[in-house]
Design a protein. Structure first.
Length: 204
C-alpha cells in the first residue's frame, strides 16, 4: 500500500514538472523580435548577343568526285595445259590415239580412219610422296571417248607399283579432250581405248 502511494506521488510530481517546463517553453515574453536586415538586391544585366558571333552560315560540302573508271581487264586465254610433273615422262607417238587397242608408252595399237584424234592432254602430277621416296612406275588405263570428245569410264588395268600413281593418272586422263570418232557424218562413242602413263624422275 505504501509503495502504491509513493508511486502515485512520484508520478504526479513528474507530470507536474513536465507541464511546468512546457509552459515555460511556449511562454510569450512580449518582447519584439529584432528587425531583420533587408535582403540584398541582385541586379542581373543581360548583354545583347553579338550578331557577328551568333550567326553561323553553313556551307554545303563540295560534291564528291566522280568514281574513277575501273581498269580495263585484258582477256587472257588460258594455256592449253598446266603441267606440274617435274620429271614426268609421257610416251606419246605422233599419231592418232583414238583407235581401239591404241595404247601409249610401249603398248602399240591399231589406228583406223575416222577415229578420235586428241586435241588436249593434261599431264598428271607427280605424287609428292613418290617423288620424295624416289619411286618411279607406270599406269595402264582403259577409257571411253564420248560423242562430244570427253573422256569417261576411266579404269586402271595394271600399274607398277600398285596404287601409287593410280589417282593422279586417272585425274589427268579425265581432262583429256578429243575430236570424237565420226561414222557416216555422226559422232559416236569409242569405248575400249587404252593408254599408258609413265612416271619417271628426271636425272640431273
Amino acid at each position: 500500500m505504501i509503495r502504491l502511494i509513493i508511486s502515485m506521488f512520484l508520478g504526479a510530481t513528474a507530470a507536474f514538472g513536465l507541464f511546468f517546463i512546457m509552459a515555460k517553453l511556449v511562454e510569450n515574453t512580449g518582447e519584439r523580435a529584432e528587425a531583420l536586415e533587408p535582403p540584398p538586391v541582385i541586379d542581373i544585366v543581360m548583354q545583347e548577343p553579338d550578331d557577328a558571333t551568333q550567326t553561323r552560315v553553313r556551307q554545303p560540302p563540295p560534291p564528291p568526285p566522280p568514281p574513277a573508271e575501273p581498269p580495263k581487264v585484258e582477256m587472257v586465254e588460258p594455256d592449253s595445259a598446266d603441267p606440274d610433273a617435274s620429271g614426268f615422262s609421257l610416251s606419246l607417238p605422233g599419231v592418232d590415239t583414238g583407235g581401239v587397242g591404241v595404247s601409249i608408252g610401249g603398248f602399240g595399237g591399231q589406228i583406223q580412219d575416222g577415229d578420235a584424234t586428241p586435241i588436249f592432254r593434261q599431264d598428271p602430277k607427280y605424287p609428292p610422296e613418290a617423288a620424295r621416296d624416289g619411286r618411279e612406275g607406270w599406269v595402264l588405263l582403259s577409257f571411253t571417248i564420248n560423242e562430244i570428245g570427253g573422256v569417261e569410264d576411266v579404269e586402271v588395268i595394271q600399274a607398277e607399283p600398285k596404287r601409287i600413281f593410280d589417282r593422279e593418272a586417272k585425274r589427268a586422263l579425265r581432262k583429256w579432250r578429243y575430236n570424237p570418232k565420226i561414222v557416216d557424218g555422226v559422232a559416236v562413242r569409242q569405248p575400249g581405248l587404252q593408254v599408258q602413263l609413265d612416271f619417271t624422275l628426271g636425272k640431273d
